[in-house]
Design a protein around this ligand. Sequence first.
Ligand SMILES: *Cc1c(COP(=O)(O)O)cnc(C)c1O
Length: 373
Amino acid sequence: MIHFLDLKSINAQYRQNLIDAAARVIDSGWYIQGTELKAFESEFAAYCCTQHCIGVANGLDALTLTLRAWKELGKLKEGDEVIVPANTYIASILAITENRLKPVLVEPDEHTYNLCPNKTAAAITANTKAILAVHLYGQLAPMPKLMALADEHGLLVLEDSAQAHGAAINGKKAGSWGHASGFSFYPGKNLGALGDAGAVTTNDDELAKTIRALGNYGSHKKYENLYQGVNSRLDEMQAAMLRVKLQHLDTETQRRKEIARSYAKGITHPALSQPITTHSTLTSLENHVFHLYVVRTAKREALQAHLANTGIQTLIHYPIPPHQQKAYAQWSKEAYPLSEAIHQQVLSLPISPVMTDNQVDSIIAACNSFEMP
Ligand SMILES: *Cc1c(COP(=O)(O)O)cnc(C)c1O
């Protein structure tokens, strides 16, 4: 059986280092907002090439608190429109509606599944104040063009980098393109904690300070509260785990890219569309870190069953588009045909840094032996 993601094996690679780091925290007697968090924040800011990294409790909070901070700073107000891809993971949209901002769903580029500059431009109105650019499946959205568009219209740009740690265009990484960026370190992400964790990166001093306060009861200074904040902190234990794993992120990403190259070359079945990368060739693969390897086929259910029969576990990212979720019943009459087709046709093959060449070869063989129903 090839599991979709073998987290146990991934973390077993660093077992002793993780145990040593946990012991360091246990023995320190200091568990919230201490030296591990400070060190991780500066190491991750350095990794992303940003001035600031603010640890928070999870990726959703990273996005929600950034938008909230822009409201507190007077840069956004209730009802402002935020452009977001219609095919994103629900968390991107939850961050917008939680702040009583208005998500404007835009169909993605058909090949990359990310925002398309032309369709984004067409969705801008007088009420548009921000773009939430999601780097879906690990591929950077077309940030040079999106930033130029945002500059032209005076829009804020928030990156959702939850799936794209380390992806870059021209050497500039996810997290350093927008005015701010939200990261998730959910255990299954490319940089995963051993529990929930997230962070915001930004070069904006005032924004960083505000997010830090909002995640700590709205307080810049102990027992003084400027905002009605929340409790959203990255604890010392998870920061210590992340410091261990950050050291190996680039090596793990290289292995993901190797597997992606093998899939791209090896899978030749005419009915399976492969991921398409822009801004990089298959050899450089700079802008895609393959959090997920997503193929597309009109016979998705049959392909998934065929792979399951040969012992290969696959998943669907995602089965229901946000506008068809019960949580957003107000959009149930809206149609986003491209996003709907994507949700009906995509299938994620196993990809992880601990997969062996034999496993990769057997997945390729199983895909190629798929008989269309
Ligand atoms: C995982 C994810 C999030 C949310 O992160 P959590 O840490 O689970 O809250 C947000 N956006 C995208 C695109 C994600 O994949």
